[in-house]
Design a protein around this ligand. Structure first.
Ligand code: PAF
Length: 282
């Protein structure tokens, strides 16, 4: 495993590999690696000759400074995990390396409003920051395949849209959500849950399963009303629970078996904001 902090050295190294016709799989992360990230690394090593992982806590995607300050960071543990999982290249730039001229940004892609709904509505500016950094990282790494998790459903949908608008040759590979044994979706934020929060957080997955098991038999409104009731708790604050088309992320009001839909949820459990989702198939 070779670690780079500077862009020119990384680019030269990867260019040399590309000249040998080796394919490059790229896993962008913000560190605090868990088994969900490792599943992306594994998918990249299975499908590509070289696996590159970046660890960069991107300041521009945090709409609240307190959220950025609380973001878990343990570079030694992360590097050890990557070493254990056959990662070839790790890129850990400083913010000055990524944003040498400051980090202000104006989105130049017309995402058709996809970045303004759901997470975008609750966290204004978040997806501008994600698009800004993923776009830059892709230009630096130049991968054949990009690996992202289904857990951040809107994130990968927006990056897919960006790649389409760019007419990019990069293939986006979306890997399934990895859950703890009890169903909690893995997230770097889970370490901040107290024991009680951790128990309450299980209700997110239970609610999504309830929706999946009832949505084809009952009207959407009835299912969502019952599902929202399952989340009523003094320790929880629901931000949204909705069923959307997997491609457009537009809300759907009636389910037909041929439609491809996903239930999306965001909720505060204690003072930790969690998201989760479940594709709805019969
Ligand atoms: O999902 C994440 O960890 C981040 O949003 C990403 C894609 C690495 C961009 O900073």
């Amino acid at each position: 495993m070779i670690v780079f902090k500077k862009i020119p050295a990384l680019k030269t190294y990867l260019k040399n590999l590309r000249n040998q016709n080796l394919t490059i799989g790229f896993v962008p992360t913000m560190g605090a690696l868990h088994d969900g990230h490792i599943s992306l690394i594994q998918a990249a090593t299975d499908r590509c000759d070289i696996t590159v992982c970046s660890i960069f806590v991107n300041p521009t995607q945090f709409n609240q400074k307190s959220d950025l300050d609380k973001y878990p960071y343990n570079i030694t543990a992360d590097l050890n995990r990557l070493l254990d999982h056959d990662t070839d290249v790790v890129f850990i730039p400083d913010a000055d390396e990524i944003y040498p001229e400051g980090d202000s940004y104006e989105m130049s892609y017309d995402l058709g409003g996809m970045d303004e709904i759901l997470e975008g509505a609750k966290r204004p500016g978040h997806f501008e920051g994600v698009v800004q950094v993923v776009d830059l990282l892709l230009q630096i790494v130049g991968p054949d395949q990009l690996f992202m998790g289904q857990k951040d459903f809107q994130q990968f949908s927006i990056i897919q849209k960006m790649l389409e608008l760019q007419e990019s040759k990069i293939e986006l590979v979306v890997c399934p959500i990895i859950r703890e044994k009890d169903g909690l979706a893995m997230s770097s934020r889970n370490v901040r849950l107290t024991e009680k929060d951790r128990r309450d957080a299980l209700q997110l997955n239970r609610t999504l399963l309830y929706i999946k098991n009832h949505i084809f038999e009952h009207p959407i409104d009835d299912v969502l009303t019952a599902a929202k009731r399952m989340l009523e708790s003094p320790n929880m604050r629901l931000e949204y629970l909705t069923i959307v088309d997997v491609k457009t992320l537009q809300e759907v009001y009636e389910i037909k078996p041929e439609m491809k839909t996903v239930a999306l949820i965001a909720a505060w459990v204690g003072d930790v904001r969690l998201i989760d989702n479940m594709i709805l198939r019969k």
